[in-house]
Ligand binder design. Structure first.
Ligand code: NAD
Ligand code: MG
Length: 400
């Protein structure tokens, strides 16, 4: 029998940057948390280490060959974790009756179905996978509402906003006297580069984020500021705020993680060192507080906090995200799907950095109006957008 004092946690995307930070926090509190399941795509080595250390009941590899390898390696290591594979198993370990909390940290649309399964099963969801919410905003929020799931944001900005809102907040800024949500952005590695110099940016340059160490897809998104655009849409769904109430402020030090501006002129912010273990520990223990392993903030050492307005010409992806949010319907799903395709092509050396925005813009123009009121409709919009985006990528591909 599982120990009922322990919260059973499933980590979707355990081998990634967020997954590893989550296990770091969990490992500091064995009296509070046990790992029910870990999942990954195909990183067998890291999964072997994680299973040996945390002894989850299940390990799920999305990739079937990786599951075969993992099973053999765990048997050799004498680890009793049961290995499963495939999309259905991901959803099962997210919705299992024994699970209390699910860390949703798969990157991209691949995270949608298991995260939705956790929402439908009424779990405590620690949401890092912003693409899932951008793709299926209304569907996902309706599922959370219907099941009574507890949704806690992990994205540092949204976690900061959550902490800066009153506990009674119910997705209605006007009712709580909120004037604006101020979403901070570091501006990424190219904040000061001349736009023409970005033509030949390499994947490694784009992934060299000044403040955060993250997976490669979100690192490129941070460089283009599509990450902030996705976060504007994420904030819209999480906090019920219209596009006009969400303002992006560049803050290169990444110390203020976001702010809420109230009608009376009060601005409430959450500050901290840029380390994802803070929002992870906050959401894991909420409404209590636990040690995250993050060093205390030394404001005197940092000495200066500065702010700039974002330049929409330098960062066309940010403008495209606002445009998609205002358009509504399938547009945010199309934006996110086209972005995933364009970023993958860029990381693969097939598309120039500055063409990422062009591909997304061209895809948004070419996709017709579609309803996104069911999972099937969301997946269809996603597939349709990817097909158009791939065609646009081929037209702009780097030729050698
Ligand atoms: P990552 O690339 O480091 O890890 C991604 C994880 O997802 C890995 O465990 C990988 O095995 C798994 N995965 C990838 N493709 C999959 C597939 N098709 N099926 C099943 N599993 C798959 O990414 P990350 O930086 O940890 O980011 C994860 C999510 O959290 C993203 O949505 C990102 O936007 C969000 N996020 C990350 C950070 C950060 O600091 N890293 C901050 C805020 C939000
Ligand atoms: Mg963020």
């Amino acid at each position: 029998m599982p120990d009922s004092r322990l919260q059973q946690v499933t980590i979707l995307g355990a081998t990634g940057s967020i997954g590893v930070s989550t296990l770091d926090v969990i490992g500091r509190h064995p009296e509070r948390y046990a790992v029910f399941a870990l999942t990954a795509c195909r990183q067998v080595d890291r999964m072997v280490e994680q299973c040996c250390r945390f002894g989850p009941r299940y390990a799920v590899m999305a990739d079937a060959d990786a599951a075969v390898q993992l099973r053999a390696r765990l048997r050799e290591a004498g680890c009793a974790t049961e290995v499963l594979s495939g999309a259905a198993a991901l959803a099962e370990v997210a919705a299992d009756a024994e699970v209390d909390a699910v860390m949703a940290a798969i990157v991209g649309a691949a995270g949608l179905e298991p995260t939705l399964a956790a929402a439908r099963a009424g779990k405590k969801i620690l949401l890092a996978n912003k693409e899932a919410l951008v793709l299926s905003g209304r569907l996902f929020m309706d599922a959370v509402e219907a099941s009574g799931a507890c949704l806690l944001p992990i994205d540092s900005e949204h976690n900061a906003i959550f902490q800066s809102l009153p506990a009674s907040y119910r997705r209605n800024p006007v009712a709580s006297g909120v004037r604006r949500i101020l979403l901070t952005a570091s501006g990424g590695p190219f904040r000061k580069s001349a736009v023409e110099d970005l033509e030949y940016v390499t994947p490694d340059q784009a992934c060299a984020h000044p403040n955060w160490v993250m997976g490669r897809k979100i690192s490129v998104d941070s460089a283009t500021m599509m990450n902030k655009g996705l976060e504007v849409i994420e904030a819209h769904w999480l906090f019920g705020a219209a596009a006009d109430r969400i303002e992006v402020v560049i803050h290169p030090q990444s110390v203020i993680h976001s702010m809420v501006d109230y009608l009376d002129g009060s601005v409430i912010a959450q500050l901290g060192n840029p380390d994802m273990r803070t929002p992870i520990a906050h959401a894991l223990a909420w409404p209590e507080r636990i040690d995250s392993g993050v060093a205390a903030l030394d404001l005197v050492e940092i000495s200066q906090l500065t702010f700039e307005r974002p330049d929409f010409d330098r960062f066309p992806c940010l403008a495209l995200a606002y445009q998609a949010l205002r358009e509504g319907g399938a547009a945010p799903a199309v934006l996110s799907a086209a972005n995933e395709e364009a970023v993958a092509a860029f990381l693969d050396g097939k598309l120039g950095y500055r063409r990422i925005g062009d591909v997304i813009s061209a895809t948004l123009e070419r996709v017709g109006m579609m309803a996104v009121d069911s999972l099937e409709a969301v997946l269809a919009a996603d597939a349709n957008a990817r097909e158009i985006a791939r065609d646009q990528i081929t037209k702009r591909a780097i030729t050698r």
